[in-house]
Design a protein around this ligand. Structure first.
Ligand code: HEC
Length: 207
């Protein structure tokens, strides 16, 4: 610690009388300086070779995590589930997002009514979910996929369909049917050779 301090360089006459010291840096300062260098080398070795980390690996890990959190499958398909909870949860979603166009009472405004018998794009749960997700962009119906969560889409569809069923008396079975088999009475005449004639007979006794 016995460093020579306050030694003047002695060139005042060359510098308009300004004197200059040549003091060594304090030990604590130099110590910190060397420590940062040693630390930096150690950190670099650890980061790249021991921890084997890289930004690419980090990105891949984050993408994998996101895949777990928002699985591709949930984005691709929403299994419609109708329940009282879904209907209740769907009401505020409807009020906030859909009522401006479809009206609070669902009688229609800019978009069509949901409480009449008519559906432009089909009235099964599958159809309704599909239109909510994909929208009808050139007609002004928003594609809600990505704006609303899959759950919210399910709930708002449940809310709409339950009001629709209340208003029209349509059965849930009809709403839940597979849209592929919706063609009305097309296959009324069976193609089988020995089709019997008695299909229209009522089942069970009179009630
Ligand atoms: C900016 C106005 C607007 C908003 C907001 C909007 N819609 Fe629509 N919606 C429309 C229009 C317009 C149509 C008619 C599309 C067509 O003619 O093909 C439509 C059609 C639909 C259909 C199909 C109806 C049928 O008859 O087949 C469903 C279901 C639907 N909307 C649900 C929703 C839901 C659920 C929301 C809220 C999450 C919503 N809409 C918000 C404008 C809107």
């Amino acid at each position: 610690m016995s460093k020579e301090t306050n030694r003047l360089l002695g060139h005042a006459d060359e510098a308009d009388g300004i004197e200059e010291y040549d003091n060594p840096l304090p030990d604590w300062w130099l110590g910190l300086f060397w420590l940062t260098i040693v630390w930096g080398i150690g950190y670099g070795i650890h980061y790249h070779f021991i921890g084997n980390r890289s930004q690419e690996a980090e990105l891949a890990a984050e993408m994998a995590e996101a895949e777990l959190r928002w699985p591709e499958q949930a984005r691709a398909e929403i299994q419609f589930a109708m329940s009282d909870e879904a209907v209740t949860a769907g009401e505020p979603v409807y009020t906030q997002n859909c009522a401006p166009c479809h009206a609070a009472g669902m009688e229609g405004l800019i978009g069509p009514s949901f409480i009449d018998e008519e559906w432009i794009h089909g009235g099964t749960a599958t159809d309704v979910i599909r239109i909510i997700r994909e929208g009808v962009l050139d007609k002004g119906m928003v594609a809600w996929d990505g704006i609303l969560s899959p759950e919210q889409i399910n709930n708002v569809a449940a809310y709409i369909l339950s009001r629709h069923a209340d208003a029209t008396g349509r059965s849930m079975d009809d709403i839940m049917r597979d849209p592929a088999e919706s063609a009305p009475a097309d296959d009324a005449a069976p193609s089988g050779d020995d089709a019997t004639t008695s299909e229209a007979e009522p089942v069970g006794g009179t009630g």
